[in-house]
Design a binder for this molecule. Structure first.
Ligand SMILES: C[S@@+](CC[C@H](N)C(=O)[O-])C[C@H]1O[C@@H](n2cnc3c(N)ncnc32)[C@H](O)[C@@H]1O
Length: 228
């Protein structure tokens, strides 16, 4: 903590007080978190389906989708509290009540969410993990975790700058016979020319990392698939 900036420390302290941020300890999740299987009812106070953004960073998708799709509950998951702070603060400022954040490693996701609890997953500009394929968020290890919580017909969305991660994901889809619903290697140059308003709205949400890559001329890739 010695070299941590003042702003970051302030955010860490503030995020502790946010009602829309949950920071479970290892002890609390090891045998299954108390809210596992009960997020909608006990946390949001409704019966709406849950959509997750994994590795959400500042949570642009969690916030952007929650603003428009009130009939869903959105939860962003990231290990970095100072990034989550941004999304959580925006929700508080705007009175967005169908979004929350969980500070955890994605690796423990099946301890936090229950069977069939999740309708959709967004992987937004995930680390490509060039040297550690098992750690990629579309590796068989992670897909097996998603299978524990994603309901039948559930959807996984991946939006990425990385050719490596995108190509790897396409190979996984082929190899395991997942159902590919949409694929684009150039979202803004191609997909947006011929898609629905709904997809266009979703694609036009730009994340912090996405903007960094777009500024460098790197194309955004997107795929939507199922794992039933
Ligand atoms: C490249 S950033 C993308 C952040 C954000 N989605 C965006 O597009 O701006 C990757 C994010 O994933 C988080 N992350 C990476 N591996 C993770 C893991 N295993 N569990 C939780 N968060 C992870 C990092 O903390 C970081 O915020």
């Amino acid at each position: 903590m010695k070299n941590m900036g003042k702003d970051k420390l302030k955010r860490f302290a503030e995020v502790e007080t946010f009602k829309n941020v949950v920071q479970p300890t290892m002890d609390e999740i090891k045998d299954g978190y108390a809210l596992k299987g009960k997020w909608s009812k006990e946390f949001f106070g409704n019966e709406n389906p849950i959509i997750l953004e994994l590795g959400c960073g500042k949570g642009e998708y969690t916030v952007g989708l929650a603003r428009r799709y009130k009939e869903y509950n959105f939860i962003g998951v990231d290990i970095k509290g100072s990034r989550i702070w941004r999304g959580a603060k925006t929700c508080i400022e705007e009175g967005i009540e169908n979004a929350a954040f969980v500070r955890s490693k994605v690796d423990f996701i099946e301890k936090i969410f229950g069977k069939d609890e999740v309708a959709e997953i967004w992987l937004t500009f995930s680390d490509p993990q060039p040297k550690r394929p098992r750690k990629r968020l579309t590796s068989p290890l992670f897909i097996a975790r998603y299978r524990q919580l994603l309901r039948k017909g559930g959807i996984i969305n991946i939006k990425t700058d990385s050719d490596l991660l995108f190509e790897y994901t396409m190979e996984q889809i082929e190899e395991h016979n997942y159902q590919k619903h949409l694929e684009s290697w150039d979202v803004y140059g191609e997909l947006l020319q011929s898609t629905t308003d709904d997809v266009a709205f979703k694609m036009n949400i730009r994340t912090f990392y996405e903007q960094k890559w777009l500024d460098q001329g790197i194309k955004t890739k997107y795929c939507q698939f199922g794992i039933d």
